[in-house]
Write a protein that binds this ligand. Structure first.
Ligand SMILES: [Zn+2]
Length: 164
């Protein structure tokens, strides 16, 4: 994806208020992120351990999503698979994250859940640039490009549910 600026990121959020988008913690290392290897930018909020965020490119626009995960859930699952990149992690490596839906549906309290890599590094796992601690990835007959396309497709389906 193309490198993003703090302003790009703050302007992209679809499921939180303008005030929240203005205040939320943006990574300080945007200049060093491996943008060429990212299908989306994902990060944890260092000041709020139950929050994380992701920003993806959709057609010609950016879509930012605020995610939450209850800390009580972490470490509950023995071994589980990220539904976006299909990487398997032990323990708390995969979390059920929930995102409020965009617009009126979200204001009414509707949210969508997704099991995904707790560190939001799906793009790097798919490309073999990051290796899960004791989990792994299935040996795949798909090419890297096909696996990337699948990950982006899975993410896109999640974003469709949020915006739908
Ligand atoms: Zn993943």
């Amino acid at each position: 994806m193309r490198p993003l600026t703090e302003q790009d990121i703050r302007n992209s959020f679809i499921n939180c208020s303008k005030g929240e988008a203005k205040r939320l913690a943006i990574p300080r290392d945007l200049g060093e992120r491996p943008w060429d290897d990212l299908d989306f930018l994902g990060w944890r909020d260092p000041g709020a351990p139950d929050r994380s965020y992701l920003v993806a490119e959709r057609a010609d626009r950016l879509v930012g999503v605020a995610l939450r995960f209850p800390s009580s859930q972490r470490g509950f699952l023995h071994r589980s698979m990220c539904t976006l990149c299909l990487t398997t992690h032990p323990g708390s490596g995969v979390s059920l994250m929930t995102a409020r839906k965009a617009g009126a549906a979200g204001r009414e309290g509707n949210s969508v859940g997704v099991y995904m890599c707790t560190d939001l590094a799906c793009s790097l796992y798919v490309r073999g640039k990051k290796v899960p601690e004791a989990g792994g990835r299935f040996h795949e007959s798909l090419t890297l490009d096909e696996q990337i396309t699948r990950t982006v497709g899975n993410l896109s389906a999640f974003l469709d549910k949020l915006e739908g």
